[in-house]
Design a protein around this ligand. Structure first.
Ligand code: NAP
Length: 243
C-alpha cells in the first residue's frame, strides 16, 4: 500500500499504517468506516458488504478496530452480517499495548427492537454494550441487561450525540462506527461525525443497493475534507475529516 496524498512512493508497513490511522491523542473522536463501489453501492449482490471487501480492505478494517475503544453498529448490520464480538489476535494485542489501550475494542449495538443475537453479547475481549431507547421492549431490555450493559440514549429513537456523550463518560473516546446506512444517517445528522474512512473498490455494480447513508436529505450537506488517500491494487483508501 502506498500514499497518493500526501504523495510518497515508499511502501507503507503495518506500523506506518497504525500511525496514520491512530486517533487524536485527546478528546472524543467519531470515525466511520465503509467500503463502496465506484457507483456508491455499500452492499454486494448478496446484500452484505463482505463481498465488496478485498484483503487490503479487511487489513484496514482490522487496523481501525485495533486502535478503537468501541465499534458501534446498527442492529440490522449485526443481523445481516452475523456480527460477533471482536476477537483478540497477537497483532491486535501488540498494537493496543503499544498505544496504551486496554483489551478490546468493545462492540456497541444500536437497536430499538432489541432483536440482538445472544452470540454478540458475550465472548469478546471487552463487554458488548447495547444502545437503545426508553421505548424499547422492557422485558427484552431486562433480559439483555443481565448479559450486557444497556445505555439508554433517547425516547423513541437513539440520539447519537447523546450516545457519544454517554460512551465518552464510560471511557470510550475512540469511537468507530461501522454502519450501516440507517445508523450512518443518524450519525451524520447528529453533527458528531469527525472522520470517514472510505474504501473505493474499483467496480460499478448498479442495481438498488443502499448508499452510505439512508434517510432524508441532510441540509446543508455535511462537509468533509480529504486528509489522506492510500492505494493498493487499484483500490483507494480515503480519509475525510472535518476541518
Ligand atoms: N459497505 C459497508 O461498509 C457497509 C457497512 C455496514 C453495513 N453495510 C450494509 O448495510 C446494510 C444494513 O444497513 P441498514 O441501513 O439496513 O441497517 P443499520 O443501519 O445497520 O441498522 C439499522 C437498525 O439499527 C437500529 N437503529 C439505527 N438507528 C437507530 C436509532 N436512531 N434509534 C434506534 N435504533 C436505531 C435499528 O435497529 P432495530 O431494527 O433492532 O430497532 C435499525 O433498524 C447491510 O446490507 C450491510 O451489509 C455495508
Amino acid at each position: 500500500m502506498q500514499s497518493l496524498f500526501p504523495g510518497s512512493s515508499s511502501e507503507l508497513s503495518y506500523e506506518d499504517l497504525t500511525e496514520l490511522y491512530d486517533y487524536p491523542s485527546h478528546g472524543v473522536w467519531v470515525r466511520a468506516n465503509f467500503v463502496s463501489t465506484l457507483d456508491g453501492a455499500v452492499q454486494g449482490a448478496d446484500h452484505k458488504s463482505g463481498s465488496l471487501s478485498s484483503k487490503a480492505d479487511k487489513r484496514v478494517l482490522g487496523l481501525l478496530r485495533s486502535v478503537a475503544d468501541v465499534v458501534v453498529i446498527g442492529a440490522n448490520t449485526a443481523r445481516v452480517e452475523d456480527y460477533q464480538p471482536v476477537k483478540s489476535t497477537d497483532r491486535r494485542t501488540h498494537i493496543r499495548q503499544r498505544l496504551g489501550l486496554g483489551p478490546g475494542p468493545a462492540m456497541a449495538v444500536v437497536s430499538r427492537s432489541l432483536d440482538v443475537d445472544a452470540a454478540l453479547l458475550g465472548g469478546g475481549t471487552a463487554p458488548t454494550l447495547v444502545i437503545t431507547t426508553e421505548s424499547s421492549p422492557s422485558d427484552r431490555r431486562a433480559q439483555i441487561s443481565e448479559r450486557a450493559p444497556v445505555i439508554i440514549a433517547g425516547e423513541t429513537s437513539v440520539d447519537f450525540a447523546k450516545a457519544v456523550d454517554l460512551l465518552a463518560e464510560q471511557g470510550f473516546a475512540r469511537i468507530l462506527c461501522e454502519g450501516g446506512p440507517t445508523l450512518m444517517h443518524d450519525v451524520v445528522s447528529s453533527g458528531r461525525l469527525d472522520e470517514l474512512c472510505l474504501t473505493w473498490t474499483p467496480v460499478i455494480a448498479s442495481g438498488n443497493a443502499l448508499r452510505l447513508t439512508d434517510g432524508p436529505a441532510i441540509k446543508p450537506p455535511y462537509q468533509l475534507h480529504l486528509k489522506q488517500l492510500l492505494e493498493e491494487d487499484g483500490e483507494l483508501f480515503a480519509r475525510y475529516a472535518r476541518e
